[in-house]
Design a protein around this ligand. Sequence first.
Ligand SMILES: [Zn+2]
Ligand SMILES: [Zn+2]
Length: 344
Amino acid sequence: MKAVVKYGKGKGLVEIREVPEPKIKEDEILIEVKAVSVCGSDLHIYHDSHPYWPPMILGHEFSGVIAEVGKEVKGWKVGDRIVSETRTGSCGVCYICQSGFPQACEQKRPYGIGINGAYTKYVAGPPRLLHRLPDNIPFEVGALIEPIAICVTSILERCGLQAGESTMITGPGPIGLISVAISKATGARLIGVTGRGSDEGLRFEKARELGADFTINVDQEDPVQKVLEITEGLGVDILIETSGGEKAIHQAFEMVRRLGRVCAIGISGKDTVSIPYDRGIFKALRYDFCFSSSWTAWEKTIGLISKGLLPAEKLITHKLPLEKWEEAFHLLENLQAAKVILIP
Ligand SMILES: [Zn+2]
Ligand SMILES: [Zn+2]
């Protein structure tokens, strides 16, 4: 089968290769990949700025059908429509796993990062990570459940966004746009998004389509001043930081209200980022660092999409055959896309 393989440590080193189809163990299932979504992490791996264990096939945001079931597997059959969590390797027995957060296990080696992923036709893995994909969710939308579940884990489960609260999202990339959609689905009373001049086209438009009440181009306006103006000097209840930019992180402390929460999802790519520490103390802020997704968030995400409460299909701007993975990477790097789906 054809697969997009990251074959070594270093910048680039990705190509389409002919690889053998995976063979399953008795306690595993074989998934036929129907759609795989390109993630910012895939680009980071391409550029050697994210942890990974090569050689491996890229791709961790995917959906498909079960193609084969190991002898010991119960509850699943060939043809079942599924999505799979990515936390392969999580041990299940350490303190972190046992406390209900296996997605944060140190042993975790995710699909497409630590082991072979879904930029190909077949993926072998454990059935414990599967969730059923309802018939009314198309496969390409199913491929978005992973990044949406990350935002549900971060914004709803960890930060505790409630109906009637206000959110400000820094950065209109895929995670920022998903954060807008979740804020809207939850019933936020005010949703704002910051971005650069380069976001004025597609990304700000998408943000408004998904429910943003206002957008701020930080190249032209001071976002702190604007947010304080709109909230009559109070600031927002929750600041969702998806950019990882040092300036945005600083401004987060000013845009959020006293006793507000900062929901940090964006990766800075730096060893250290300075923060206005005392400002955070005097405002009694909560700063929640967020990472990965919980089992419950996957179920909530599937329910929200299936019931029509979260229009995930609007996040998809491009659908390409797997062979065009390079074009997909370019589209994302040049900010010309929200979510790009590859079809193997
Ligand atoms: Zn991802
Ligand atoms: Zn563990």
